[in-house]
Ligand binder design. Structure first.
Ligand SMILES: Cc1ncc(COP(=O)(O)O)c(C=O)c1O
Length: 423
């Protein structure tokens, strides 16, 4: 059971929100899609690990090493449960970017090993005539690794287009996906357009041809109740730092048999079961993908973040954050010359991107910064999407559990002040 909460009530958990900015204005933090702020519970969990339990997990049999291992593996179970998964399916990486690169590199490794006569799961082997399908709305982290994979293997990179009004042309899947499609990868929630993609359609397209479906859940896991095994994805990624957790930890989730079939990319200590001078054999997942001393304190901090969100209740987190985003999107759309860059039929989960006719987003951002309001301006690591929308950049306000309606109203006042000043 969850306890009723309000953003106002939990703000004291986030000390940074009490800051006054250079201009003398109080901080209004509306950049959680880039990185979220961290509650004391997360800071304390990390500090407690370092103060009382720090040692190298999975190494040594002394008491501290056992405690560190226990803390690390309990954290894994907590984070796995947060997304409805099993601990054995939950691999820790450095970031979501790292997770996506690991997956793309695994395809390249399988392709190379296959060419040298080493048996590989055919789903991971790519070549000329095969294709990789993404969308034009992807964050560069879910685009550039696939471009590199296509270049290395000769596979073709195809993409589901985006209309100038922000609508993702999911119907393109019918003509893009064929029997030689090996990978379909898309965001669950766009970091620019803010809405949810029709991932059931992407999953069905992948299933129909035996392709692997990879889900970038960076912008959904922090704000929505997400059960990764129910999404239809074979592999999925997200970052701790966007869900109130620390930087330096990403997650790669995968179905058991997919992780078992996926070749390793990074190798070293901890992940092996047997080593000779000629060759090595590897432990089962998740260990096989985690060489070296792991990011233990980060995992413990992320588990505290998952516990924090769970105590608020993800349905109520979603209701709160999406209500703020809708309030912002609706009111911004009423301002003269302001265009909300979002698909008409995909309400924002957290992020609201907009442009102001005749005013560069960086100028808007400057005025907002003077008012203590932190938003992101620029291309949001999604250059192709900017081109599809026909804009050089956007202003993006994004919301989290600690934001309030009065902060949305402060944003609106400041945007209107900027608009009047520059037009
Ligand atoms: C949709 C999406 N995918 C991937 C990433 C990359 O995440 P990270 O920088 O934590 O690796 C981001 C970060 O903004 C994102 O929004």
């Amino acid at each position: 059971m969850t306890v009723a909460w309000t953003a106002q009530g939990i703000r004291e958990d986030f000390p940074i929100l009490g800051r006054t900015m250079r201009s003398g204005a109080p901080l209004v933090y509306l950049d959680s899609a880039a990185t979220s702020q961290k509650p004391l519970q997360v800071l304390h969990a990390e500090r407690d690990f370092y103060e009382r339990h720090n040692a190298a997990a999975h190494r040594g049999s002394h008491q501290l090493a056992e405690e560190a291992t226990e803390a690390f593996e309990v954290a894994r179970s907590t984070i796995a449960a947060f997304v409805g998964a099993a601990a054995s399916q939950t691999v820790f990486t450095r970031s979501a970017t790292d997770s996506l690169n690991m997956v793309a590199h695994a395809f390249a490794a399988a392709t190379m090993l296959h060419a040298r006569g080493r048996e590989q799961d055919s789903r991971f082997v790519l070549g000329e005539g095969d294709s990789i399908v993404v969308t034009e709305a992807e964050h560069h982290a879910n685009l550039v690794p696939w471009q590199e994979l296509a270049a290395k293997t000769g596979a073709e990179l195809r993409w589901v287009g985006v209309d100038p009004d922000g609508r993702i042309r999911t119907e393109d899947l019918a003509s893009l996906v064929d029997a030689r499609t090996k990978v379909i990868s898309c965001a669950h929630v766009s970091n620019v357009l803010g809405g949810t993609l029709d991932i059931a359609a992407f999953a069905a397209a992948a299933r129909a041809v035996g392709a692997l479906f990879i889900l970038d859940a960076c912008q959904s896991v922090p704000h929505l109740p997400v059960r990764l095994p129910d999404t239809g994805a074979d592999l999925a990624v997200f970052s701790a730092h966007k869900m109130l957790g620390p930087t330096g930890l990403g997650v790669l989730w995968g179905r058991d048999e997919v992780l078992a079939a996926m070749p390793v990319v990074d190798t070293g200590g901890s992940m092996i079961s047997h080593v000779t001078m000629q060759e090595s054999t590897y432990l089962p997942a998740p260990a096989k993908f985690e060489p070296g001393v792991p990011s233990m304190a980060q995992a413990v901090g992320t588990a505290a973040a998952a516990d924090y969100l769970t105590s608020l209740g993800m349905p109520s987190v979603h209701a709160h954050v999406s209500a703020l985003a809708a309030r912002a999107a609706d009111a911004l759309a009423q301002l003269p010359g302001v265009r909300v860059q979002a698909a008409p039929d995909a309400p924002p989960v957290s992020a609201v991107s907009f442009t102001v006719d005749g005013v560069h987003p960086h100028d808007i951002g400057q005025v907002l910064d003077d008012d203590g309001i932190a938003v992101r301006v620029g291309h949001h690591c999604a250059w192709p999407l900017m081109r599809a929308l026909g804009v050089p950049a956007t202003v993006r306000a994004s919301f989290s559990v600690y934001n309030t309606e009065s902060e949305v109203d402060a944003l609106l006042v400041s945007v209107e002040r900027a608009r009047r000043f520059f037009t």
